[in-house]
Design a protein around this ligand. Structure first.
Ligand code: URA
Length: 442
């Protein structure tokens, strides 16, 4: 018989837990038979002692199987999904998913809400009046079949063990543990029914992982979990030391996504979406189609420039009850009352655009949540018009702040007062990507 106190002791002393021990505590905790304090002690032991590859995979599978495992085989033979670890200005799903769907690859995605600096994909989509993310499973499947693209909220029965454990980690300082983060993310991806997964692991000042080493280690662990669970996984390591694209804030990001789907987006964001979508297509092609990544990139680029991807976003918005007039003319999306231009104090090359400062300013404006129940203001945010490496002249516009009241505007201006750094000598632009990890090579 497995005893919880012995299991905690084992991990405390640095030993590896067996699959049956891991399944025991996940099943017991999900059912409410094991108290919070024992799981909290175990989580802290995992935090300090870590987990090996087999333990991490077993933990992920046990959490994935703690609820419903979505079966998408009636929608497509091979489902592809993407996951971003989150970064400032990251609205990639709104562009990459319609772009992939435009190639006849169905996308049925469950997304999350944001906690922290900016909203998640669901919050962004809810900038569109009437857009419904709370779909029943039958509706979710019907829209996926009819339009080839659906983005819904995560069902309550998806990896419930992760939901309980995440809440406990949040209040016991055990979030920042690589095996716990990787298993948490991957349990939801595996339960959501995808066969191929593109992980977009962000790094830098505007991301959870600050350094390349941390991001690479997390990406590697997640990719290992995926391949050991029989999935195809590719992880991209992407830079968000400065915001991705210009827009940060919900409706502003939807507007920028629409522009990008019409071939008119910011160059860095356009390229980022092309890369993510090309990798998704490559996985979906299963070695028979889109085998050449450069050719896949060129096809996605065309889908953006011709508006093929936009057509799919339009169909999805219509199918999910959203007001399509708002994406046909994005000036109809929620608009903030005040627009303030932040201007360059000096001339020179832009040496840094600190994404974390911009994120905090956006939160101050009301675009994100400080705690779970917070209402968000879809209209507010910041557009950062400069990138590292740009040459600016004193007085040039650096950013536009969209605020709904004078107090939050002033507070946001304090945050972004030093968000741009200058150099007298030329500065190289930042790379978009720092590497790619192919799960099959691990
Ligand atoms: N996102 C998740 O879903 N889980 C974590 O542990 C961290 C980020």
């Amino acid at each position: 018989m497995i005893r919880m106190d012995q299991l905690i002791e084992k991990k405390r002393d640095g030993e590896a837990l067996s699959e049956s021990e891991i399944r025991y505590f996940i099943a017991g905790y999900t059912a409410g038979d094991i108290p919070d304090y024992q799981i909290a002690a175990l989580l802290m032991a995992i935090y300090f002692r870590g987990m090996n590859r087999a333990e991490t995979v077993n933990l992920t599978m046990a959490m994935a199987e703690s609820g419903d495992m979505l079966d998408l085989s009636d929608i497509c033979d091979y489902a592809v999904d993407k996951h971003s670890s989150g970064g400032v200005g990251d609205k990639t799903s709104l562009v990459a998913l319609p772009a992939v769907a435009s190639f006849g690859v169905p996308i049925a995605k469950m997304s999350g809400r944001g906690l922290g600096a900016t909203g998640g994909t669901l919050d962004k989509l809810e900038s569109i009046s009437g857009f419904n993310v709370n779909l029943s499973e039958a509706e979710f499947r019907r829209i996926a079949r009819d339009t080839g693209l659906v983005i819904g909220g995560q069902s309550k029965t998806l990896a419930p063990a992760d939901g309980k454990i995440y809440a406990l980690r949040d209040v016991t300082s055990t979030v920042a543990s690589r095996p716990l983060i990787a298993s948490s993310i991957m349990s939801k991806k595996l339960a959501a029914g995808s066969s191929g997964i593109v992980l977009d692991v962000k790094l830098g000042r505007g991301a959870f992982m600050k350094t390349l080493e941390e991001a690479r280690a997390l990406a590697t662990t997640m990719a290992q979990i995926g391949v050991d669970a029989g999935r195809d996984v590719v992880a991209l390591l992407s830079d968000v030391n400065q915001p991705l694209g210009a827009a940060v804030g919900n409706a502003l990001e939807v507007a920028e996504a629409v522009k990008t789907l019409q071939g008119d987006g910011p160059a860095d964001f356009h390229e980022h979406c092309v890369e993510v979508a090309a990798h998704m297509l490559r996985l979906a092609g299963q070695g028979e189609r889109w085998t050449d990544l450069a050719a896949a990139r060129a096809e996605v680029d065309r889908a953006l420039r011709t508006g093929a991807g936009f057509k799919h976003l339009h169909q999805m918005v219509q199918a999910q009850g959203g007001d399509v007039a708002q994406i046909e003319d994005t000036r109809r999306l929620p608009q903030a009352k005040i627009r303030y231009s932040l201007r360059a104090r000096q001339s020179g090359s832009v040496a840094a655009v600190f994404a974390d400062r911009i994120a905090w300013a956006t939160l101050t404006l009301g675009a994100g949540r400080r705690t779970k129940g917070d209402e968000i203001d879809h209209a507010v945010g910041i557009e950062a018009q400069v990138k590292v490496g740009d040459a600016v002249t004193a007085g040039d516009r650096l950013m536009t702040v969209h605020a709904n009241d004078e107090t939050s505007l002033q507070a946001a201006l304090v945050e972004i007062g030093d968000a741009v750094a200058y150099s007298d000598s030329p500065v190289d632009p930042l790379p978009l990507f720092h590497g790619v990890i192919d799960g099959n090579e691990l």
